[in-house]
Design a protein. Sequence first.
Length: 253
Amino acid sequence: MRFEGRVAFITGAGSGIGRATARRLASERAGVVCFDVRAEGAQETVEQVTGDGGQALACEGDVRDRHSVRAALEAGLARFGKVTHLVNNAGVVTMTGLDELTDQEWDFVVDINLKGQFVTTQVVSPAIAGAGGGAIVNLSTVEAEVVAASGAHCQPHYNASKGGVKMLTKALAHELAPGGIRVNAVAPGPVDTNFTGTNKDTPAAKEAYRRRMLIPRLARPEEIAAAIAFLLSDDASFITGTQLVVDGGWLVH
């Protein structure tokens, strides 16, 4: 029960990795604030957490909007009395290459994936420091390290946003260390979620994973959640400012 008496604020908690993380932390006795732009998704996660015997609160909001983040933080503090951990999981991707990429689409992806982590951390971290310190995990991706093209083009805006997360993590680790806050990132490879909206079960997709990955399958969201839980826990008490790759061997070659 590594998170007994701890409380985690999780963005993008209404599905996928965020939902799996909420369930994992709650299973180890953390209270969880499930923050998502979709109220119904956040509530579904809360119902699963409470169905498992955990404690959770659903909050609707957008990571780009510090007012909604602050309102969710205040609701979490009212419910649980403190917040000790933050998981910056909310993110988006659009499958547009350079020639067709618009300013609006660039801003949409970069603002959620990168600025959203800055805004949420700026709002929530003082509460973590006030609780005596804790830990933050940002969600990056292997595409912070390499470009994975989806055909004739890649997604430059997505790569730029996630590459920024890697360096933001280092900067936040430096900035927040005096408050007793460790900051790390997890960089997943392909995960079995609906994040991209693409069909991951086609023969071509399966063959691509088989050729590229040493563990030739998609990760389960629970496997990424396990890595996040490790970095948040006291088992990682001497780790800060790093990015943990959880990719089935994607980056080996």
